[in-house]
Structures are given as structure tokens and as C-alpha cells.
Design a binder for this molecule. Structure first.
Ligand code: ADP
Ligand code: MG
Length: 368
């Protein structure tokens, strides 16, 4: 769980902090502290001060593997979330996924990428770089220390209005078909994958791709993303790569099995209610598509959270998002979910729903 600080706007209009980290991985949400304008108060408790109806309803404590409060640095999130271990597992050949989810403006993109760098503005200070750039650095460091035994490539997609688009191919974004095969599971046909060897190269791909993402300005966040974005790093490694000499072009599978891991970063579009963001027309079509795929994701997670014996069919086919994430969610992958929340009293109900969603997600087990 990551709680962002109150923004200047929120402080200026007098929003209160209703989310507090208690240490030990617990987070406490309480609307009982003096109520701000956006706080919830039951009419009964206003008339009869001794009846604390709303207090009982909106006082909740949740437990998670890690909680990062407003003061936590980007580095603390990287080190404390298990992200470094995830990078190492990807090198070892596992499919690893990091999700950021939560309401629009809750800090998903910030957590993954740091403050959004536009090409005109100077790049963000190193301390503010997000989980992605820190993982790339870690990956390249490992690659160097292993004597360039790793081959790295990246692909970057967005799902916008239930269409999959390539963010790395030049020109206007083209729609790609999503297919299924027995051997590969769900996959995107003709998706561009770009090799990279340096930190600059991958940072550049990330910047180019994120500038192509569909964003639109609405009330909650000026740079709010209207699409789900998936950046996948493919890590191919050969155990004992040095043993493949030029004369033996064909690697012996038994002597040096090649491993192929992936590290996928998923920046989900914000969950939000149409009314709150002032969406209309085209925007509300977007919002409905976003909410539909998030709902499908939530549904899959709820079913996956059931004990194995009781599990029924998981409806991955309900949305493009769940198809693409099928392997990360239920298969053999290892997944880190970062739930981002705002501390503001005005976001109370969205915050509670994110926390419930995250609690369900926590019960899902995979078999790496
Ligand atoms: P989302 O991607 O969830 O819509 P953003 O990541 O764009 O939200 O964050 C919304 C705003 O809050 C941005 O201006 C961002 O810089 C700021 N912000 C988010 N998280 C933090 C944080 N942990 N520390 C400081 N500012 C943050
Ligand atoms: Mg975002």
C-alpha cells in the first residue's frame, strides 16, 4: 500500500488526512477525526452527538505485507516492496509482474515512473525515479556483473477503449490483435520488441512510449491516463553462457539451458466514478471501458482468491486486460501489487474500495 501526501490543492481547501499507517504493515482509515467538508457523517450523529453511527462504519484497519506512508521515499518503496527480489527472479527465468492500481490521482504513475518527465523539462531528480527506472538500473547492473550474459528487450502496450496499441512502433498508434495459442497462451500479434543494452536506451523507450499514451485532462488529474499501460522487459539468459563458444553455435540444452524471464510493469487506468471526474461524451465511454476492465480484473481476483479446491472457471476472456494478465494472475508468475491511495477525506470511499480490492488480491496464490 502506498499513501501519497496531500497535494497543495487538497491542503488549501482544507481536506483532512483520514488514512494513517500504524506501522507493522497496517493501515487505519478513520473518518471520526474532526470531519472535513468531504467527510462522512451520519445525520443521526449530528442530532445526537452520543450516537456514533458513521464512526463505527468508517473506522477500519487493514493489514498488508508493507505500507508506505506519505513520507516514504521512492527508494524506500523500491527496497521495501520486494521489487529488487522480483528483478532477480525475472533474471532467473520467472514471469514477474508489478501492478499499480487505485483511484485517478492516487500516485500510480508516480510510484512506477516518478514525476512525469516531458521531453522539454529537465529529467526528474534521481531520488524521485520510480520503481521502473530503479528496476532497469538493477537489471543492467546484474547484466554487467554476469558478463553480458543477459539479452534484454522491451515491449510497451496500452489498452485503450478495449483496443491493444503498440506504444513503441513509430507513427500513430496501431491496433494489434490479441490471440491465443495452446503453447503461448494469450499473446499480442506483431508486437514490437526493442533490444536495449543501456539505461539511457530503456529510459528513452519508456519516455517515448509514455508520451504516446492516451491521457486527457479532467478534474482529478491533469495528466490522468485513460489507458492501461503494460511495459514488459524480456530477459533471456544462458546459464553458464561463457561455455557456448563460437565453434559450437548450437547450444546444448542439457549443459546450458537458456532461461527466459519477464518483468512486466502495469500502470492501470484509474478507477473512478463518472460523476466525480466530470466526464461526459467521449470521456464517459472511456470511463466505462476502464471500469469494465477493472471490474473484470476484480472479478478474476475474487475468484482466484478462493481456496484452490473451490475454484471455478476464471473468466479471463471478459476483457483484454484480464487476457493479457492471465499468466501474471493465475499462472506461474510472481506478482507484486501496489495499491495507491490518497489520504484525503474527500477520497474516503474510493480509498476504502481500493483497500478492499487489495485485501482480496492478497489472498491470491500462484505457483511459480
Ligand atoms: P495516477 O497515476 O494514480 O493518476 P499520479 O501518479 O499522476 O496519479 O499522481 C498524481 C499527482 O500526485 C502527481 O502530481 C504526482 O506528482 C503527485 N504524487 C503522487 N504520489 C506522490 C508522492 N508519493 N509524493 C509526492 N507527490 C506525489
Ligand atoms: Mg497515471
Amino acid at each position: 500500500i502506498r499513501v501519497r501526501p496531500l497535494t497543495c490543492t487538497e491542503t488549501r481547501r482544507g481536506d483532512r488526512r483520514v488514512v494513517h499507517s500504524l506501522g507493522d504493515g497496517t493501515v487505519h482509515v478513520s473518518a471520526t477525526s474532526p470531519l472535513g467538508s468531504g467527510g462522512l457523517q451520519h445525520p443521526l450523529s449530528r442530532r445526537h452527538p452520543r450516537i456514533q453511527v458513521s464512526a463505527a462504519r468508517h473506522d477500519a484497519t487493514f493489514g498488508f505485507s508493507a505500507v508506505f506512508d506519505a513520507g516514504a521515499s521512492q527508494e524506500a518503496v523500491f527496497e521495501g516492496s520486494g521489487m529488487r527480489q522480483l528483478v532477480e527472479l525475472a533474471i532467473d527465468g520467472f514471469s514477474c509482474t508489478v501492478f499499480a492500481f487505485g483511484q485517478t490521482g492516487s500516485g500510480k504513475t508516480y510510484t512506477l515512473m516518478g514525476p512525469l518527465a516531458q521531453s522539454e523539462t529537465p529529467p526528474a531528480a534521481p531520488g524521485l525515479l520510480g520503481l521502473m527506472q530503479r528496476s532497469f538500473a538493477c537489471l543492467l547492473e546484474q547484466s554487467r556483473s554476469r558478463g553480458s550474459d543477459l539479452a534484454l528487450s522491451a515491449s510497451y502496450l496500452e489498452i485503450y477503449n478495449e483496443q491493444v496499441r503498440d506504444l513503441l512502433s513509430p507513427g500513430p498508434p496501431c491496433t494489434l490483435p490479441l490471440r491465443w495459442s495452446k503453447t503461448r497462451g494469450f499473446y499480442v500479434e506483431n508486437q514490437l520488441s526493442v533490444d536495449f543494452e543501456s539505461l539511457e536506451a530503456i529510459a528513452d523507450l519508456l519516455l517515448q512510449g509514455s508520451q504516446r499514451r492516451r491521457t486527457s485532462a479532467h478534474a482529478l488529474n491533469r495528466h490522468s491516463s485513460r489507458s492501461h499501460a503494460l511495459l514488459t522487459i524480456h530477459v533471456r539468459s544462458r546459464a553458464g553462457g561463457q561455455s557456448i563458444t563460437l565453434s559450437t553455435r548450437v547450444p546444448q540444452p542439457s549443459a546450458c539451458p537458456s532461461k527466459q524471464g519477464t518483468l512486466c510493469f502495469v500502470d492501470l487506468a484509474g478507477s473512478e466514478r463518472v460523476k466525480e471526474t466530470g466526464s461526459s461524451g467521449e470521456l464517459s465511454v472511456e470511463a466505462n471501458n476502464i471500469n469494465r476492465s477493472l471490474l473484470a480484473l476484480g472479478h478474476c481476483i475474487s475468484l482466484l482468491a478462493q481456496p484452490r479446491g473451490k475454484r471455478t472457471h476464471i473468466p479471463y476472456r471478459d476483457s483484454k486486460l484480464t487476457r493479457l494478465l492471465a499468466r501474471s494472475l493465475g499462472g506461474s508468475g510472481i506478482t507484486l501489487m501496489v495499491a495507491c491511495i490518497s489520504p484525503s477525506s474527500r477520497c474516503l470511499s474510493e480509498t476504502l474500495s481500493t483497500l478492499h480490492y487489495a485485501s482480496r488480491a492478497r489472498r491470491v496464490t500462484t505457483r511459480p
